[in-house]
Ligand binder design. Structure first.
Ligand SMILES: [Zn+2]
Length: 483
């Protein structure tokens, strides 16, 4: 007798990714797809090649990390333990204007491109070359890839200080065509960064417009997340509406002590815009951010911790003020001597973080930096923290709402067909977790800690991670777009 399904899960608490309340039920998978789903007894007994009694544990779509810088780590360390151990089965790469394709470097990559590694990390003059490398690597998680505007500018412009001239713009549009033909999902900008800041509304609208013609989306790390955050939101809306492209505002925040509380202004504005144009935000569940160590972010009004330093790795994990004291220098000169470096900035208000995460526009994105020596804990803890800390313990929203923010919602926003929901015919990206115990363990002092409460993770129908065995197998692929 042949069995009807490769795996059958019974006695599951099913969160289907839609945001609907969970229900007791059963799910079968065959190959890389969900082959049956329903209430208790809906799947005949012994219909599975392998039968799993989940004993009441939660079964949900695998989590989609809406904002990552995993472009290179999926090739270099394809097990992706920091992510798959959180229940993440898909990552969106290429954020903040930073992507591996289509740029190469002969010398050290300028900040912020160095967040993905050194020059040898950049080996892909076309998106097709990057897609081929992903197919060879078979990462442990699926990858949906944006193309970074900084990468486009560095690949096509001699002087990136200003806006692109006609020849560079034409070259960028050709790259857009090539990338979208080979499975990219859209464009990202990082107008906050020097490699992207020279682009004005006209340039971004032209480039984004070409991605829109191919069905792409537009994610942006805005020009300003501090005093001019509202002005940046208006610039962003003008760009997205001009380009007729769905918009994602990256890691939405109001940074800097005197901007604390201003999500009371930004969120109502974004919700009003969402009535007429598709707009969403991604957010990580922490009140500290992390990026390069930048002169314009150095202040004594909030804590700054060093994540990495090329000349002074012995200062990793230490506070800038303490290093300054030890060196008998001011914080600005201390920061200069640590360069090139990365830092964690305690620049947000917890009340703002909670307000953003609770917004119906919000998807969960870790923004983790996998190449940092002492990374922000968001790399290892984001998803269990949203469910365990913010939903279960603080009751900011229901667990089904939390799951929706990391499954059905990002799948819809990034147009990841067949992902992010439990339904017959959908891809079998699944996570089994314990709603009573799921929690992050990574902290600012000890960031490399695996989260608790994730029992099993399936990627494209393949058991890829279990709490008992760790990484079992890798079955990720390029997803979204035309992939
Ligand atoms: Zn960013």
């Amino acid at each position: 007798m042949t069995t009807a399904h490769d795996h059958v899960f019974r006695n599951a608490l099913i969160y289907d990714g839609s945001g609907a309340a969970p229900y007791r039920g059963e799910l079968g998978l065959t190959g890389d797809r969900i082959s049956a789903i329903g209430g208790p007894g809906s799947i005949p007994s012994d219909a599975g090649e392998r039968e799993h009694d989940l004993g009441g544990l939660a079964l949900s779509p695998g989590f989609i990390d809406a904002h990552t810088h995993d472009d290179r780590i999926v090739l270099d360390v394809p097990d992706m333990l920091p992510k798959i151990s959180q229940g993440v089965t898909s990552v969106v790469v290429g954020n903040c204007g930073i992507s591996l394709a289509p740029v190469t470097f002969s010398g050290p990559p300028p900040a912020p491109m160095n967040l993905l590694g050194e020059a040898r990390a950049y080996q892909f003059p076309s998106f097709a070359a990057y897609a081929a490398a992903l197919a060879r690597a078979v990462p442990g998680v699926n990858v949906a890839a944006l193309v970074g505007h900084s990468a486009l500018r560095l690949a096509t412009m001699d002087d990136i200080a200003g806006k692109a001239g006609p020849a560079a713009l034409d070259a960028m549009l050709a790259h857009a065509d090539e990338a979208m033909a080979h499975g990219a999902i859209g464009l990202s900008t990082g107008l906050f960064y020097p490699t992207n800041a020279g682009a004005d509304i006209e340039e971004v609208t032209r480039v984004a417009g070409r991605f829109a013609e191919h069905g792409g989306v537009y994610a942006t790390h805005m020009r300003d997340e501090q005093d001019d955050v509202l002005k940046s939101i208006e610039e962003t809306i003008t760009t997205a509406e001009g380009a007729r492209i769905p918009l994602i505002i990256s890691h939405h925040k109001c940074a800097g002590v005197h901007n604390w509380g201003r999500t009371l202004e930004t969120l109502p504005r974004l919700e009003a815009i969402a009535e007429r144009h598709p707009v969403n935000v991604d957010v990580y569940p922490y009140a500290a951010g992390s990026t390069n160590l930048r002169a314009d972010l150095i202040t004594d009004t909030y804590r700054i911790m060093i994540a990495w330093s090329r000349p002074h790795p012995e200062m990793n994990a230490r506070d800038l003020v303490d290093i300054a004291k030890e060196w008998d220098l001011d914080i600005h000169e201390t920061a200069r001597r640590l360069q090139p470096a990365g830092a964690i900035y305690f620049q947000m208000d917890e009340a703002d973080v909670r307000r953003v995460i609770s917004s119906k526009l919000a998807m969960i994105g870790s923004d983790g930096l996998p190449h940092d020596d002492h990374p922000h804990p968001r790399l290892w803890g984001t998803f269990p923290r949203v469910i365990g800390h913010y939903a279960r313990d603080l009751k900011l929203f229901s667990i089904e709402a939390a799951v929706h923010k990391m499954t059905g919602l990002p799948a819809k926003v990034f147009k990841l067909a067949g992902r992010g929901r439990l339904a017959a015919g959908a891809f079998a990206d699944l996570v089994v977790f314990d709603p009573a115990t799921i929690i992050d363990k990574a902290t600012y002092d000890k960031p490399l800690q695996q989260s608790l409460g994730i029992a099993k993770v399936f990627v494209n129908g393949v058991l890829s991670f279990s709490a008992a065995e760790g990484v079992v197998k890798r079955a990720g692929r390029l997803i979204g777009g035309r992939a």
